[in-house]
Write a protein that binds this ligand. Structure first.
Ligand code: ATP
Length: 308
């Protein structure tokens, strides 16, 4: 449904995108993850036909975002990361204005707007002024706006940013409903564990490049350069620490209460050998296990030193 090929974008001397290539099949939820300035907004703006690429091609539903912008716009709903100021417009009027700009006839518009307000749980705020809504409500209204013309593809730029935990959960639930309705969704965020739960595929972008892509677990496996071991023992902690510091493959080892945490760059076989040796050497081990990281750990590892 979305095809990005060798996408480059420069702003003067700043190279914002350096050859991004990705494909998003119909009905998929794709999470775009990266630090500030990585290029998420730039990529999404190009998809939304608001910006032209310097080089490369972006197609939505087979239409070229640069040369067939009108066709692309019919297919997409875009929710930018900033919500503009709309003095003196109620939530209803705001959606009515956008519905009209998509050419929806008054009767149809009314039906769709009421349906959208219900979807984003703003039915009770129909006649409230937009500027008086909370940030979470404004974000939901922005989502309703993006949906007014029933687009097949949704491009959501950090829809949960600045929201409190409860508002984030509400936004996530709405996005799940849209996913279940078969929309193709591309969503960017810094809220990594939430993306992991919602998305089929995650793309990690840094410095204008896609540095990893795949299912959450695949990325984790692919990008992991070392594993974190948690070793619990009855005593001999200091002895084990110095033993580990002299062990090849151990990058670092620290004490954490009754446990020792060690980062280890060896293979499964080397890990098995280490465990067997420690037992043979008489360390009173209670447990020896590998800690599974979440997407946040992967992200930090992948993008270390980048962004902010
Ligand atoms: N209009 C512009 N003019 C000049 N430079 C720009 C412009 N838009 C973006 N950039 C630069 O392009 C790079 C990518 O920015 P972009 O906004 O796409 O990142 P992002 O991943 O969306 O970051 P954030 O999470 O902060 O929104 C940054 O270095 C940014 O400063």
């Amino acid at each position: 449904m979305i095809e990005i090929k060798e996408l480059y974008k420069t702003f003067g001397r700043t190279v914002a995108l350096r050859g991004i290539t990705l494909n998003i099949p119909k009905g998929q939820v794709y999470g775009f993850v990266g630090p500030n300035g990585a290029g998420k907004t730039t990529t999404m703006s190009i998809m939304a036909t608001l910006m032209s690429p310097t080089a490369g091609v972006v197609r939505v539903g087979g239409y070229d975002c640069k040369t067939q912008a009108k066709e692309v716009r019919r297919l997409i709903g875009y929710m930018p990361d900033f919500f503009g100021v709309y003095d003196n417009l109620t939530a209803y009027e705001y959606l009515d204005f956008h519905g009209a700009s998509y050419g929806l006839q008054p009767q149809e518009r009314e039906r769709v707007i009421l349906q959208m307000l219900e979807l984003v749980q703003l039915t009770g705020k129909t006649n409230e002024y937009v500027d008086q809504l909370s940030r979470g409500m404004k974000q939901r209204l922005g989502l309703a706006r993006a949906l007014v013309h029933n687009p097949q593809v949704l491009i959501l730029d950090e829809p949960a940013s600045g929201l409190d935990p409860r508002a984030r959960i509400e936004m996530r639930e709405i996005i799940k409903t849209l996913r279940d309705a078969g929309k193709t969704i591309i969503i960017s965020s810094h809220i990594l564990p939430e993306l992991a739960e919602m998305c089929d595929t995650i793309g990690i972008i840094e410095g204008g490049e896609l540095v990893a892509e795949g299912k959450v677990q695949e990325i984790y496996e692919k990008m992991r350069t070392h594993r974190l071991l948690r070793i619990r023992l009855l005593d001999k902690h200091e002895a084990l620490l110095s033993r580990l510091h002299d062990t090849s493959g151990i990058i670092n080892a620290v004490r954490d209460g009754a446990d020792i945490m060690a980062s280890f760059s060896g293979s499964d076989a080397e890990q098995a050998t280490l465990l067997a040796s420690l037992l043979a050497e008489g360390y009173p081990l209670v447990s020896f296990g590998e800690m599974k990281g979440n997407l946040e750990d992967v992200f930090l590892e992948v993008t270390k030193g980048g962004g902010s």
